[in-house]
Design a protein around this ligand. Sequence first.
Ligand SMILES: C[S@@+](CC[C@H](N)C(=O)[O-])C[C@H]1O[C@@H](n2cnc3c(N)ncnc32)[C@H](O)[C@@H]1O
Length: 290
Amino acid sequence: MDKRYNLDYEAMVIKYFDAKATEYDLVEEQVYWRLSDRLLWTVLIEQVLDCLPANFRFIDAGGGTGRWTIKILQAYPHAQALIYDLSMSMTEQALESAQKLGVSDRQKICNGRLENIDEALDPGFDLIFNFHNVLGFVQSPHLVVTQLKTLLRDDGVLVSFVPNSYHATFFNIMRGRLDEARRALMQNRSRFTEDMPDMHFFTPTAIAKMYRDTGLIVEHLTGFPNLIYPGYQETQLRGSSSGIQNVLGTQEAFDDIYEMEYQAQKDGAIVARSNNIFIVGRKLAQSVKS
Ligand SMILES: C[S@@+](CC[C@H](N)C(=O)[O-])C[C@H]1O[C@@H](n2cnc3c(N)ncnc32)[C@H](O)[C@@H]1O
């Protein structure tokens, strides 16, 4: 194992997610995250899922409780999934949900570090994705992107949804945490709350460069939500900040704001103000740099 790999940090990440595992999916009841999830699902279908062969095989890297895997298996009945995650408590939830929803025969689970994933699996996947802070919590995002790329088949795609440094800067300034804001801006390291492990953040330029440096061709770069920002309560598993609840509280307002968000993200230039950055990279047979 890489001598720089920090086992204490890994233990902190596992402890953090073990404590959240049984309640993690409550996030789907929070109105802000419902908006974000709806955008992610729509853009994922349009840019990625509908372009794959019907029987595509994918890895949900840091897939946790399987929220995205299960959605995909339900919508694409010939797809096959592998969830790869450090936390057994999180993946126990994924197994339970898949059994309940009748998709467990197409969902495999593997517990391990993404930093070693290429030793655990054979290559040839059509799609690999990592959503919501996974590249934030791994110890070397560059190493992990490199490993994931090796597991793709030629022409396969890697998709990441990663936390934006500029958003973390804004969020921490608004909470009066100027040291955290400065670290997010200058070092691309920060956190939203005291109890979470410190993590990586990304600028759009940095994540696109990371993709290109590993030989991936960047096909799509945008981000969302852009027009409405979360408050403190959205960093927790329950409740909504009052501002968010006021703005998104009726179905009519929710749908209207969703439509504006959907239109706004079509202009990739908006990505710098997004909460999370969405990026799609393709592995070409002969790695031609884009
Ligand atoms: C914020 S959760 C996201 C879960 C899921 N992707 C989602 O969108 O609901 C981050 C996940 O990454 C996993 N993780 C963090 N560091 C990891 C590592 N080095 N190797 C594998 N999994 C890791 C955690 O255990 C956790 O389940």
